[in-house]
Design a protein around this ligand. Sequence first.
Ligand code: BG6
Length: 349
Amino acid sequence: GGWSRLVIEKPYGRDLPSARELDASVRMVFRERQIFRIDHYLGKETVQNILVFRFGNGIFEPLWNRGYVDNVQISVAESVGIEGRGGYYEASGALRDMVQNHLLQVLALVAMEPVASFSGDSVREEKAKIFQSIRPIEDVMADTVRAQYTAGAILGEAVPGYRGEPGIPADSRTETFVALRLLIDNWRWAGVPFYLRTGKRLPKRATEVAITFKHAPLPLFGEISGDNPAPNLLVLRIQPDEGISLRFGAKVPGTRADVRPVHMDFRYGSAFGVEAPEAYERLLLDAMLGDPTLFTRWDSVEAAWSLLTPVLRAWDGGALPLQSYEAGTWGPDAAAQLLERDGRLWHRM
Ligand code: BG6
């Protein structure tokens, strides 16, 4: 007489075959509309605001494409280590723990097409199309970086290396840092790289989406340093210090036409002054109400695993060396080189 729903925490499987097996078992008992696969990033206000920002305003969407955007960077930096979860983490690693779910979900919201309405399944439908358009990663050597932290210091406090954490074997090859270069093969994004990175024991906790726009067609003004003015940059700060900032060039007062980058800044805290609900509060409420919009649909989970399972296999087969980075730094040199090869830099968080 009532209703039954199943809420499942990520990770949903640990590769494509195990996710399919899990899904087949679940579907023996539940229908898709009863299954609520949690990705708590989708419950974050600032993640939901990506769609409000894009589609609730008239001025951004016309620029949101390959004609104007040079590259997109999605970074999830954490200063924490594995927080006593050695057993889970050692079998998981950063690609399964963060990229397969949180980072790809954020990417889908940044990249998806507009929907006609926010009701029903339309958002999940558009996200699924993005997952299906991400180009398979064929060259793991060129387009992926994996690394593990060694002992170092965070905010002046010494911290052990990953292999010194409780429950982690001394010869562990599990990655605690990942960087990827992805391309989306559709009309909106063809040729625009999406760079993703996430890591534990980085200098600080910060999650952001940084969208760098193309330079103005003609460099009429010199930046104060003498270079071309810095390109426009839109940063969606997901957490902490939630907000959005836009960088643009402004004339430096004086008789010369020098330009310096300045920022327009929106801060959630000062604009609204209310605490957002916890991501899980919102998601569990939606599950009880039967609203699946903020949950991941099977086809997206499957597409995400289809993209990443070959990477996991190639890594396991030794196709890419495991780099190391000192705790308290921004990851291995290889992560910087991933962008330098394209003539770009990571946005400094
Ligand atoms: C979880 C991961 O899903 O997300 C953790 O298992 C990670 O390893 C956490 O620390 C990060 O979530 P948040 O909300 O703190 O960014």
